[in-house]
Design a protein around this ligand. Structure first.
Ligand SMILES: Cc1cc2nc3c(=O)[nH]c(=O)nc-3n(C[C@H](O)[C@H](O)[C@H](O)COP(=O)(O)O)c2cc1C
Length: 490
């Protein structure tokens, strides 16, 4: 049995198949007179008319059409579709042909672009569709005036997955690139991608069990990866799949320690399709680096885009969060701990008195002793901790800025911790209460007289996402040229 696209020559055979099936199968659930009325409308012309605005398929066995089905937009919508005209000849029912037809329809362009698929189902077809995951629309489990159930299935957004297998990479790459002739029409370069993608980082987007897009990264220098090739089926353009693929690839590149990502495309202003590609890359945050006309040929000047994979200081500040969840057990390299400590020591201090000192703890035995005195426990799972010590030294006459000094040091360290991929939280209130946990930690670390242990910062890879606290709106806490003056009231 094969399932193929309907052609005009099939109209007569499909009409006969529908009429036979209605007469034999549907009359078990509907009055004969009603079905006879229905078969009058199922003419070859009617089949052709339906095939003109849907994607119509037939199931064929030894040259004979034994089943059919169609999918089309649900009342013209781009993200909702409907299945129609699903029939399997009575002699071929119960052999998985109906399921194969529905799966084909769900994998069709109209299937993969839909967030919801509806089926007007006959009483006869109901158990079959229910088995395929279709439920009653709006919970209504009775037939309507057309004697049909309205069934529907919500379709999950495309899922992004890293592909490791070389054969699978080539297969997906071919499937997508061959469906995008506007961008990949030159067979030699297409075949080159299909060959070379086998050794690249490869992320695929899948929907309804079908690949709908992919993206590859290749290393072009120790610090740089190139977005070598990406494609998303046109049915899903401008629906977030390309961006989701990119975000997954970017997360991989950041975690792998790359600093830059570059991408090449045909410079803007020459071809409409490539102009859209340019806008897509710009929207992802790529910046124009240079146009080099010689890379491809004179009709296709090469625009190189680049993107920093490191967050800017501003982004670091805006995305830092206090993390109070569990940490992964991975050891923190000493290099990273030193980087964090150096950031703390680099902070400003009143009259440069440098009243803040730091102790990093990564010895599991000592961490255990410290955690035993922190009640309730807050950083039991963290593989390292930074303890902040402060000396109450006067900076200027009788003014002591020790609190400001260690606060600046802590913020520097928190920003550094998040910039190199770890989580932390400023634990001061918890350890400086009446129970003086801070003093007991200081004792464990042999901190001498004259130093107060004022804060601890756990350090580790986060197991979950930090929660995002609500901050008051800008206009409630920051003004221009006078207290309470917003830009509007200034
Ligand atoms: C001086 C100070 C003491 C803090 N002490 C604690 C603490 O003992 N326990 C805790 O869970 N968070 C503590 N925090 C973290 C704050 O709760 C946190 O910064 C605040 O809720 C805002 O969240 P954010 O850091 O994600 O912006 C402290 C923060 C500061 C500045």
């Amino acid at each position: 049995m094969i399932i193929r696209k309907f052609t005009e020559q099939d109209a007569q055979a499909v009409s006969e198949l529908i009429i036979t099936t209605i007469r034999i199968s549907n009359t078990k659930d509907y009055p004969v007179e009603l079905m006879e009325e229905l078969v009058k409308t199922e003419t070859p012309e009617h089949v052709l008319q339906r095939a003109s605005w849907t994607h119509f398929y037939v199931a064929e066995e030894a040259g004979k059409i034994i089943g059919c089905g169609a999918i089309g937009p649900y009342w013209g919508k781009e993200d909702e579709s409907s299945l129609f005209t699903i029939f399997v000849h009575p002699e071929w029912q119960g052999k998985g042909i109906g399921r194969a037809i529905v799966e084909t329809l769900e994998k069709d362009e109209y299937g993969i672009r839909a967030n919801r698929i509806e089926i007007p189902a006959s009483i006869t077809g109901l158990p079959f569709y229910r088995k395929l995951g279709y439920g009653f629309k709006d919970g209504k489990d009775t037939v309507d005036e057309e004697h049909l159930y309205r069934l529907e299935k919500q379709i999950e957004a495309p899922v992004i997955r890293q592909v490791e297998d070389a054969e699978e990479k080539s297969r997906i790459c071919r499937e997508i690139l061959e469906a995008l002739p506007e961008w990949f029409e030159v067979p030699e370069s297409r075949e080159q991608y299909i060959r070379e993608c086998r050794k690249w980082f490869f992320a695929a987007a899948e929907r309804n069990g079908r690949a709908v897009g992919f993206l590859c990264l290749k290393e072009t220098g120790k610090a740089t990866v190139e977005l070598a090739v990406t494609g998303v089926l046109k049915a899903l353009h401008r629906r977030g799949t390309g961006r989701a693929l990119f975000e997954a690839a970017k997360a991989y590149a950041v975690a792998a320690g790359y600093e830059f990502m570059q991408v090449k495309t045909v410079a803007e202003g020459l071809y409409e399709d490539y102009d859209r590609t340019n806008r897509f890359y710009q929207g992802l945050g790529f910046r124009e680096l240079e146009v080099i006309p010689q890379v491809w040929d004179e009709d296709n000047p090469c625009q190189i885009y680049v993107m920093s994979l490191r967050k800017s200081p501003w982004e670091q500040i805006m995305t830092r969060r206090s993390y109070r969840g569990k940490y992964k057990p991975d050891r923190i390299p000493r290099e990273d701990l030193k980087t964090i400590l150096e950031a703390g020591l680099a902070a400003p201090s009143g009259c440069n008195k440098q009243t803040t000192s730091l102790v990093a703890v990564d010895d599991p035995e000592i961490l255990k002793q410290i955690n035993a005195v922190i009640d309730p426990p807050v950083c039991e799972t963290a593989p390292a901790m930074i303890c902040v010590l402060s000396q109450r030294i006067n900076a200027f006459r009788d003014r002591c800025f020790a609190t400001q000094d260690y606060s600046a040091a802590i913020e520097n360290m928190l920003l550094t911790i998040s910039s190199i991929g770890y989580g932390s939280c400023w634990f001061e209130g918890h350890i400086t209460d009446e129970d003086r946990i801070c003093d007991r930690i200081a004792e464990i670390l042999n901190v001498p007289e004259g130093y107060d242990l004022v804060c601890i910062l756990p350090v580790g890879k986060m197991e979950s996402e930090p929660t995002v606290p609500k901050k008051k709106p800008f206009a409630e806490r920051a003004w221009f040229n006078g207290f309470g003056k917003t830009e509007e009231t200034e």
